[in-house]
Design a protein around this ligand. Structure first.
Ligand SMILES: Cc1cc2nc3c(=O)[nH]c(=O)nc-3n(C[C@H](O)[C@H](O)[C@H](O)COP(=O)(O)OP(=O)(O)OC[C@H]3O[C@@H](n4cnc5c(N)ncnc54)[C@H](O)[C@@H]3O)c2cc1C
Length: 567
């Protein structure tokens, strides 16, 4: 029987990373839950075994149910009637399957009906779901909003909402408005407090809301009358059971057609506030988006993998000029690079997930007791790394998903342009990944800080200081040469102290840093598991050439030439 989890050693390789020991230790707090829940793990091996088993179920559902439904879902799509969304029939079957298997809320604490899974296995499930159908991953992945509810909601809200998510209810994050896209500070949906009713009411319009007819919404709204910036925004929970929000229309989109993208009208919709007033954007939405960005990285990884699988299979089957097209250098180069980009993206995804796991588990512990000084240091370190790796990872992996799906079509030639082949859907589905949850340009805005302050460089040096097998020495040397060029470029650009010029070169600097980081991550993979060696070789060869291109561009660039580019 097909199973996405078992069909390669990739997932187990990432699941069994050395840092998992620390993650499980923090997440399970000396396995205290074993007294209260008979399904809670009793030790590290037991915890890993439970992740393994659940991921095996996810792998089976992906291969047997979600992937076979994907084409029909893409064709049928959701509809809207009387202000309510009706999912495509395949989506309904998918939802039924994941609910029945208990795969909703798996990362939530056990006392609310979850399995207390760390981010790593949770995001691994998202990677597989996306590989099966990226549009369904949107619906399944939005349960991640529960994480924000858990982090910032009060105990009463935890008790009332989280068990519902674990029981299979869906969520959405309602942030974007017609005039507030990348710039969410401009959000104007109005929140008014009624002293008489002792609750808030929401009025206004949100657009482009994925799964906007969900059961539980997290909403960014303006609670402070007369304000116009982010400091006047708060976060609210809207419960569909209370009514007041209707779906005016769903968008007719290019891709992820199974995922309903809704325009919502709020008319006196009763809502309750999450956490403190005025921290909606500054604190809560930032956390929400970081989690969601990791989800989109997983979506991109799933798509990159699926594109590789399709491209590789076709390149082996298709014959031209008397031989399989994979024998032509132009084609085998594309296939090898697709494999390397998918592997590099996946390594970045799980590295980021591990950073998130450690700092979040420590943050959660800090709500119960005072952290020891070394624990506080550890939390600070991993929080900073998660902040740095999330925008770099989201930016690069989603661009790679676009490149891989583009190349999958190229390998298929004219057939790839036809609706008969899966690669056509993958290409359309990938196109949104580098736009929503912050465009690549906005990821660069977040990541450049870590270029100029040296977060990436310090981490690259840490990777370099680790022990590698002697046969990987050549690759390590290449990475050292790339890093030296990157360092030189950062110095050259930042020394100008010209902010416009730094912004102009920012994407190139972030990309150069990314090639070093991704290269080192693959080197570590190859050090642990031999089958990653080829991707490490291919990626580092490619990454070095990319860094050289960036180096040539920046070192020969005349700063005055910026004017050529201005509108
Ligand atoms: C299918 C789909 C699903 C979505 N789902 C959701 C959802 O569930 N919830 C939600 O709240 N939103 C959702 N969105 C909205 C999405 O997050 C926004 O579309 C996205 O953040 C970009 O905003 P915008 O479309 O207004 O583009 P703009 O902000 O108008 O950007 C246009 C261009 O300008 C560039 N740009 C803007 N500002 C800067 C800057 N400071 N520096 C450099 N470049 C800049 C952008 O990179 C982009 O290239 C969804 C959108 C789509 C299409």
């Amino acid at each position: 029987m097909a199973n996405y989890y078992l069909d390669s050693e990739t997932y187990k390789h990432h699941l069994h990373h050395p840092l998992m020991k620390r993650i499980v230790e923090l997440k399970e707090r000396n396995f205290a839950d074993k007294e209260a829940f008979d399904y809670a793990p009793v030790d590290f091996e037991d915890a890993m075994d439970s992740y393994d088993k659940v991921l095996e179920i996810v792998g089976e559902i992906c291969a047997d149910i979600i992937a076979p439904n994907a084409e029909e879902v893409d064709h049928e799509g959701p509809t809207v009637a009387n202000g309510r969304v009706i999912y495509a029939s395949g989506t309904q079957r998918n939802l039924e399957a994941v609910r029945k298997a208990g795969l909703m809320g798996i990362n939530m604490p056990r006392q609310y009906g979850g399995l207390n899974f760390p981010t790593v296995p949770y995001i691994m499930a998202a990677d597989m779901v996306s590989r099966a159908d990226a549009s369904f991953e949107n619906l399944w992945g939005l349960q991640d909003c529960a994480e924000t509810l858990y982090e910032f909601g009060n105990e009463d809200q935890h008790k009332r909402y989280i068990p519902r998510v674990c029981g299979g209810e869906t969520m959405s994050m309602d942030l974007t408005e017609p005039d507030a896209g990348s710039d969410l500070q401009a959000a104007m949906l109005k929140a008014t407090y009624s002293e008489q009713d002792g609750c808030w009411y929401l009025n206004g319009v949100k657009r482009f809301i994925t799964n906007g007819d969900s059961d539980i919404h997290l909403v960014l709204a303006r609670s402070e009358e007369g304000t116009r910036d982010g400091r006047g925004l708060s976060m609210f929970i809207y419960d569909k059971k209370n009514g007041g929000v209707n779906v005016r229309r769903i968008e007719n989109k290019m891709g992820i057609k199974g995922s309903p993208t809704c325009e919502l009208v709020y008319k006196n919709a009763k809502a309750e506030i999450v956490g403190d007033r005025k921290l909606g954007l500054i604190k809560y939405v930032m956390a929400l988006m970081n989690g969601a960005r990791l989800g989109i990285m997983a979506q991109a990884v799933g798509l990159s993998e699926a594109a590789y699988q399709e491209g590789f299979a076709y390149a082996q089957e298709r014959k031209q000029f008397g031989k399989a097209i994979i024998e032509f250098p132009a084609v085998y180069e594309m296939v090898a690079l697709m494999r390397a980009k998918a592997d590099a993206s996946r390594s970045m995804l799980y590295e980021t997930a591990r950073f998130v796991d450690i700092y979040k588990a420590l943050d959660d512990i800090s709500k119960e007791r005072k952290l020891e000084p070394e624990e506080r240091q550890e939390m600070k370190k991993y929080n900073k790394l998660a902040d740095a790796f999330t925008p770099m990872g989201k930016g690069m992996t989603t661009e790679f998903a676009n490149q891989n799906t583009y190349d999958a079509i190229q390998i298929h030639g004219g057939s790839g342009f036809m609706k008969d082949y899966t690669c056509e859907r993958l290409y359309r589905d990938a196109r949104i990944t580098n736009i929503y949850e912050g465009t690549t340009q906005l990821q660069v805005v977040a990541a450049i800080r870590h270029v100029t302050t040296g977060t990436y460089l310090a981490q690259i040096h840490e990777y370099d200081a680790q022990d590698y097998k002697p046969e990987l020495a050549d690759l390590k040397q290449k990475l050292q040469a790339m890093t030296a060029k990157y360092e030189e470029l950062v110095k050259l650009v930042t020394e100008t102290k010209d902010n416009e010029y730094i912004d102009f070169q920012a994407r190139r600097l972030v990309e150069a840093a990314s090639h070093c980081v991704f290269g080192y991550l693959l080197l570590q993979d190859a050090n642990r598991t031999e089958s990653f060696r080829r991707s490490a070789e291919v990626y580092i060869t490619y990454g070095q050439a990319e860094v050289n291109k960036i180096y040539a561009y920046i070192t020969t660039f005349d700063r005055e030439s910026i004017d050529f580019f201005k509108a």
